[in-house]
Design a protein around this ligand. Structure first.
Ligand code: UDP
Ligand code: MN
Length: 251
């Protein structure tokens, strides 16, 4: 049984996220492979850094949904390229836990490999849809082909991978509960709407933080130590890992 955490890098700009994610999985002591799918445009400089921490660098094609209208609705014109994510169904692993490059595991989450395909956590904006930044999948060429067919025939209602995957795995919200990951596996502190009292009561149980939206932790310096907003707790923790491996004194 070969299993892996897999992330995606379509642009150099998300490299800090991918590197911090891999360092964090490694320091938590996972027993699974840590792999990254990269497109041809990712630079050699970044590939060199990736090779130091990932077990595998997997070259994939850049797929773009080309659905400008739906992406405009989502307000994220840059996310058409997340269709590239679908290629994980072509990999030779028996099971994959996919993680966006903008997530930070707070603890070891290897128990996710006990989950069936397709498992994911609810999206904070529409909880009957899942968020596609963290999910469990079983690579299979037939599934891949069907996803490509669906992309060609119907497309994605949000222009990105999340819309397409929610259409393909539309039984997710009514499936048995083992397909529904608790929100602590994909906590989105940067969501516009958040349920602050629920955050407070669950903050110590968060397993994976996911920094959704256009502003990623690596875009701005670490938050000031007196910042009291909850989302900064998790952003600070992202920076703590970054500084451990890529901070000035370590380079
Ligand atoms: N991604 C990338 N470059 C881009 C946009 C996206 O490498 O320019 C990859 C990266 O793995 C990222 C994922 O696609 O985490 C999904 O995009 P993002 O996390 O920005 O979407 P959000 O979680 O904010 O909806
Ligand atoms: Mn993301």
């Amino acid at each position: 049984m070969t299993e892996a955490y897999v992330t995606l890098l379509v642009t150099d700009s998300y490299a800090p996220g991918a590197l911090v994610l891999a360092q964090r999985l490694r320091e938590l002591g996972t027993t699974r492979d840590i792999a990254v799918m990269v497109t041809a445009n990712v630079s050699e400089t970044i590939r060199k850094d990736l090779r130091l921490v990932f077990d595998r660098i997997i070259d994939i094609d850049k797929l773009d949904s080309g659905q400008a209208d739906n992406l405009a609705l989502l307000g994220r014109p840059e996310l058409g390229v997340t269709f590239s994510k679908l290629q994980l169904w072509q990999l030779d692993y028996d099971k994959v836990v996919f993680l966006d490059a903008d997530v930070l595991p707070m603890r070891l989450v290897d128990e996710l490999f006990d989950r069936p395909e397709f498992s994911a956590a609810p999206d904070a904006g529409w909880p009957d849809c899942f968020n596609s930044g963290v999910f469990v999948a079983v690579p299979n060429k037939d599934t891949y082909r069907q996803l490509c067919d669906l992309a060609a025939s119907k497309g994605s209602f949000d222009g990105g991978d999340q819309g397409l995957l929610n259409t393909y795995f539309s039984s997710w919200s009514t499936n048995s509960s083992d397909h529904r990951l608790p929100f602590i596996y994909n906590t989105t502190p940067t969501a516009v709407y958040s349920y602050v009292p629920a955050y407070h009561v669950n903050r110590d149980n968060i397993a994976i933080a996911h920094f959704i939206g256009t502003t990623k932790p690596w875009h701005s310096p670490p938050p000031p130590s007196n910042a009291s907003q909850d989302k900064y707790d998790l952003v600070q923790q992202w920076w703590n890992v970054y500084n451990r491996y890529y901070g000035e004194s370590t380079t």
